[in-house]
Structures are given as C-alpha cells and as structure tokens.
Design a protein around this ligand. Structure first.
Ligand code: MN
Ligand code: MN
Length: 449
C-alpha cells in the first residue's frame, strides 16, 4: 500500500517538475503544507523546527533541527534537480523557407539524435522589464500543441547514415518547429505585406496575445525544451517507470520525501536539492557555489548560542552525506560495457558507489570505508536491499556527482541512489522497487547517530 502511494507521489513529482524551478516550487509548496517555514522568517530555532531556504528559485535546502548541538554535524541527503534538455537561446525566433523555428542550445550530456521526432514541450519563465514574470508551460495538456525537431527521411538519408552518431544532427540544428505557412502566402508580391516573415509575425502575434511576450522578452527568458508527456508505467508487469528527468529527480524525490516523513532527529536532518549538476555544478545555484554553506550559516545564526565561523566549519566537517544521485543500470543489451560483478541492476536496491570519476578515478569523490561500513550495518538490520557498483567498466567512460564538492568540507560522503537504464535519454527507465528502497534507506540514514 505504501509503495502504491509512494509511486503515485513520485509520478506526480516528475509530471509537475520538468525544470529545476518547477521542482523547487513544488518542494516548497509541499514542505510548507508539512509545516516547514522560510528560514528568513524565523528569528530563532529550536529542536524539531522545520525550515527551508531557496536560491534564485532553482536550488533549495530543507532542515529539521535535531536535539544534538549543530557542531556535531548533520545528516544530509543531497540531490540535483536539473536534467539534460535543450535551452532556448536569447534570440531564438527565425523563419526559414516557410517554417518558423525556435533556436536552442543543448544543456548537459545528451545524445543529440535522441531528441528528433519527439513531441516536445517548453517550460520556463519570461522575465519582463516591468518586473513581472510570465510562467510558461506549453505542450503538456492534451489540448495544447506540442513542438518537434524534424529529421531526414530515410529515402534521402544515405549521407546522414554514414556519419558518426554524434553528427547525425548538429547541435545548431536542434531547433523546434513553432509554426508554418504556405509558399504562396509568404511570397505573394501583390499582397500588402511583402515581409517574408509573415509566419514568424503570426507566431509573434500569438505570443503577444496569449502570453503578453514580445520578441525582445526572450532576452530575459529562461525556457527549457523537454519531452512532452507524463511519467508512465513500463512493461506488462508495470514494474518499471518510463519518464523524463529521473536523473536525478528520482533521488531528489526520495530524499525530500524521506525528510518529510521523519521527525525526532538526534542530528539535524537536511535535504539539499541543487541545480547545474549536469554542467559541472557551476553558478550561484550549483553545488560549487556557497549556497549550502551560507544556508547552514543562516541556520546556526538562529540556533541557541553565539554564531561563530568555527561552529559552521565543525558542523560541516562532522556531517554525513549521501550524495543522492543515480547510477547506470546494467544493460543486458550492452553487457560488454559493464563489469557485471561491480554493476548495479534494476530492482537491485539502492546503489552505493564508493567512487565516481573516470579513467583512473579522475575527479572522483572516494567514500571512506569506515563510513560505508556504518551504512552497511544500518541497512543489514533492515529489509532494505543495497548494491555496490561502479558506473560501467574501467576506461569505458564515467561521470561525476556533487559528492566531491561536499567532501571538500571534510564530511563523510557516499554516492547512493537509484539505478537508471538509458540515463540522459529523453525517456529514462527506473524500477519502482528501487524508489522504495532508496526512500527507506534515506529515511534510515537521516537517523544515523
Ligand atoms: Mn545525476
Ligand atoms: Mn546526469
């Protein structure tokens, strides 16, 4: 029964959170309903208090204050809420031979050829000069249009099919079809409107009428192109979920839910959801920023006793963290890419990844065996399955997470998350059971002494 509710909530989280902004706003809404308050509105904090702090609507940290002094450290679940996608450029609209396009620049590690001929939606914000923000979501409702990137028909693709997969379609050509017109309408010399961009003008008129956006307003917009449609059960047995953005919203959801559903902590419990992981954790909202450190400083400033930087440093250095991020699931169709003994499997439980990185562990955050032993003993007494894994075979590639940036403070960090098949594809695959294992493991972890 619990499983059913958890999966229902998870799908809703994915459907309502297709961008980092949408994730932050639904996390804050749900948290507020559960009694969390904006940290800036709290003058002082005591054991049991629940607070959150957000940055630029794209990163959020939530805390439930424990009974132990904060210098003893926190138990932190850290996930990212950005996912690979196509971002709309700042001067995106153009018309070419009677078709209107929206120009994009892809974000994160994508296989570009996977993004053509799919129904796509546009989500994001347009910030206007008058200080107002227009929220955009087009393509999710059945009654709304979707968008699409076209591809070459097989009949004319003999040259394309000889290219490397990375060159099937160029990044510059990943542009969405926004509208169309007939050649007659566009080139009618006798008509009053000799402007060749009549189809583009038509699109601009719709943008003005429906959303009150001018072409110049794209300059201050943050629009993301994502696969249109909801999360679906996958397989006749419905054991899997097919959905966009499960890296890393599967772990973000399980982490957030674990914090929400627990109380009476000894150590202060934290769920951190950051942005920009997919492009190197850069910027003010990424893990490479001071966002988290500043959030903890604000927290300490409101706890009993004097604020001091030493307290902050001790708190961070004494903390435990699970870097809640996904792992690559063993793929039977491409088994040569995996060391089967050291791979994670769908339905195999939460994945512990001692180190990430690539080619000789470069860029890795190597978790301490002492810490792993603690977690093993925590989970072995429960019904929760876990699996130890690396991401693929040695020298096949690799990847990083936010773990190494948290480890800088001297805390214990282990990568621990959900196993994903077709990671970074427009539609990614996870097992329902693994969401449940992750959620339960995260809950136990938040009570780690
Ligand atoms: Mn990830
Ligand atoms: Mn990723």
């Amino acid at each position: 029964m619990e499983n059913k509710n958890l999966i229902f909530d998870y799908k809703n989280f994915l459907n309502n959170g297709k961008t980092e902004r949408e994730c932050v706003s639904q996390i804050i809404k749900t948290a507020e309903e559960a009694g969390f308050k904006n940290l800036y509105n709290a003058e002082s904090l005591k054991t049991g208090d629940k607070v959150y702090i957000q940055k630029m609507n794209k990163a959020v940290a939530l805390f439930t204050i424990g009974s132990e002094p904060i210098e003893k450290g926190m138990n932190i679940l850290g996930a990212h809420i950005d996912s690979p996608r196509l971002d709309v450029k700042q001067k995106p609209l153009y018309e070419k031979d009677f078709i209107v396009y929206l120009n994009t620049h892809y974000y994160g590690g994508i296989k570009k050829y996977q993004w053509v001929t799919l129904p796509l939606a546009v989500h994001g914000v347009v910030c206007k000069k008058d200080g107002t923000t227009v929220k955009i979501s087009i393509g999710e409702d059945e009654n709304e249009p979707v968008f699409c990137i076209s591809d070459i028909l097989p009949h004319l693709a003999q040259e394309q099919m000889k290219e490397k997969a990375s060159d099937f379609i160029s990044g510059e050509n990943l542009d969405l079809i926004l509208g169309s017109t007939s050649p007659e309408e566009s080139s009618d010399e006798k008509s009053e409107n000799k402007d060749k961009s009549s189809a583009k003008n038509e699109i601009l008129k719709i943008l003005k009428d429906k959303y009150n956006i001018d072409e110049k307003d794209f300059e201050s917009a943050e629009l993301e192109v994502v696969p249109a449609g909801n999360a679906r059960d996958l397989g006749l047995d419905s054991s899997l979920i097919l959905a966009y953005g499960q890296d890393d919203r599967s772990c973000a959801f399980a982490s957030f839910k674990a914090l929400l559903d627990s109380s009476d902590f000894t150590k202060t419990a934290c769920c951190l959801c950051v942005d920009k992981e997919e492009i190197g954790s850069v910027g003010a909202t990424g893990m490479g920023s001071h966002f988290f450190e500043n959030a903890v400083a604000e927290l300490i400033a409101r706890l009993p006793g004097e604020y001091s930087e030493l307290k902050l440093r001790r708190c961070l250095a004494e903390s435990n963290m699970l870097s809640s991020d996904v792992n690559a699931a063993y793929d039977p169709m491409n088994s040569n890419l995996f060391d089967k003994d050291n791979a994670s499997f769908l339905n195999g439980g939460i994945v512990f990844n001692k180190y990430t990185g690539s080619r000789g562990k470069s860029g890795a955050s190597d978790a301490n065996p002492e810490f792993i032993a603690k977690l093993r003993s925590l989970l072995d007494g429960s019904q929760i399955k876990y699996q130890m894994a690396e991401l693929g075979k040695v020298d096949q590639g690799g990847g990083g997470t936010i773990a190494y940036l948290a480890a800088k403070y001297g805390m214990n960090v282990l990568d621990a998350g959900v196993s994903v098949l077709s990671m970074h594809a427009p539609w990614e695959i996870i097992a329902k059971k693994d969401i449940e294992y992750a959620y339960k493991a995260y809950k136990l972890f938040l009570n780690l002494e």
